[in-house]
Structures are given as structure tokens and as C-alpha cells.
Design a binder for this molecule. Structure first.
Ligand SMILES: [Zn+2]
Length: 228
């Protein structure tokens, strides 16, 4: 199913690889008219599905609070504490409430340990790249596997590469990438930051646009320019 392949077989919220079900963003009971809309479905694991139940918290303006990973940039709202893997809400006004609602509804704390391991493994492999006089095939293969789009817990890895919460992660990633530039190719399919973030986030890894497929516009300059 196309929707499931977009998330590489992972749960849209907790990122684990597990049997997935179609989660209704707007619950069927309260919003029956949206039941069969494809854009009301997300692939979600059974743990997240049962943790949320039919919860649909709304803000004071009546807008849904739960993040939708197909519309919202997760790093605008959530961060992962680098020493424990715990999710944290962005402290900016208007974002903390949505982050907190999503963390609670989907019980994201259950996978703090797995996220922490993903972060530690990446630091370990980057350090090996830097320390080896010539990067071994074993290290390359382990790092390539760790950065595969089908790997679970890539949210914390994405944060480490785009806007690291731990200062030492930035020079570590930069040094590893300088020595092994293939790393940028391995992450290019899933690491794209939002366009506005290219300036806002001093990412340790350069954002590379994916190769355009036939028939797609290839550059902004080909689009009509605004008169403003
Ligand atoms: Zn899940």
C-alpha cells in the first residue's frame, strides 16, 4: 500500500517496525464522514493505536492538537533529549501544547531506550570513521545499514544531523562526512529538511535535493516568480 511504503514499513508515530494498521487521524466515531478519505489514514502500530484510542484533543481554536507527520515537520515540535532519548516538546509558544498532546496520546516515552541506542550507535560509528586510518568496509556497511530509510528510530538520528541538541554531535558528524562523503548519499532520500530550515538550522550535513524524476520541475527558477 502506497501510504505504508511512504513510512518504509514503520509506525508513523513511534517509528518501530511492527504490524501496522490504518489509523484514522480524525476518529471514525466522531468524524464518520472522514472515514474513507485516504488523507485521514496513517500507518500506525498496535501499541500507538491502542494508546491513543479515540482521543482527539483540540486546541482553544478548535484545531486538532495531535501532530500529523504528513503535514507537520516533527522537528518543529519535538526534540529528543540526547542523554536519555526522551521526547521533549519544543518550548516555543503554540508548539509545546501540540507536542505534549502527541507525546501523551501515543505514549512515545515507551521507546526512549531504543532512541538512545540509535543515537549512541551513530556516534560510535561516526567515531570509527574518524579514527580508522582508512575506513573499513565493515564500518561502511554498518553505517550504511544504520542510516537506511527502513531503519527504526531515525527521528533522533535526523535531529542529530539537522539540528543537534548536543553540541558535540555537530563537529562529530561534520568530521565523519568530510572523511566519508558517501554518507550524504545514504541519507539523501529521507533527511530532507523543510525548505525554510536551510537557513534556520546550521545543519552539520548539507541538504541535497533528490534527483528529479522525468516530468518534474527541476529548479525553482523554472517556476513563475512572484511579483512581490
Ligand atoms: Zn507506534
Amino acid at each position: 500500500m502506497w501510504l505504508f511504503s511512504c513510512f518504509h514499513g514503520k509506525c508513523a508515530y513511534c517509528e518501530q517496525i511492527a504490524p501496522l494498521t490504518g489509523e484514522h487521524v480524525f476518529p471514525r466515531s466522531a468524524y464518520p464522514a472522514r472515514m474513507f478519505r485516504w488523507n485521514n489514514l496513517l500507518p500506525v502500530c498496535r501499541n500507538c493505536n491502542s494508546a491513543r484510542g479515540e482521543a482527539m484533543p483540540l486546541g482553544l481554536d478548535g484545531a486538532p492538537l495531535l501532530l500529523d507527520p504528513t503535514r507537520d515537520e516533527p522537528l518543529d515540535y519535538l526534540s529528543w533529549y540526547p542523554l536519555t532519548g526522551a521526547t521533549m516538546g519544543c518550548p516555543l509558544p503554540g508548539r509545546r501544547e501540540r507536542a505534549q498532546a502527541t507525546r501523551v496520546a501515543f505514549a512515545l516515552r515507551l521507546y526512549d531506550g531504543e532512541r538512545l541506542h540509535a543515537a549512541k550507535d551513530l556516534r560510535f560509528l561516526f567515531a570509527r570513521v574518524i579514527q580508522e586510518s582508512e575506513v573499513s568496509e565493515e564500518t561502511k556497511e554498518r553505517l550504511r545499514a544504520h542510516l537506511s530509510p527502513s531503519r527504526p528510530w531515525l527521528g533522533i538520528v535526523r535531529e542529530m544531523l539537522l539540528k543537534p541538541a548536543q553540541d558535540s554531535d555537530r563537529p562529530l558528524a561534520q568530521a565523519a562526512i568530510a572523511k566519508l562523503p558517501e554518507i550524504q548519499d545514504w541519507v539523501s532520500s529521507w533527511l530532507r529538511p523543510p525548505e525554510w530550515a536551510a537557513q534556520a538550522w546550521p545543519a552539520p550535513i548539507a541538504a541535497r535535493a533528490p534527483a528529479p524524476s522525468a516530468g518534474e520541475p527541476t529548479a525553482d527558477k523554472e517556476r513563475p516568480t512572484s511579483s512581490r
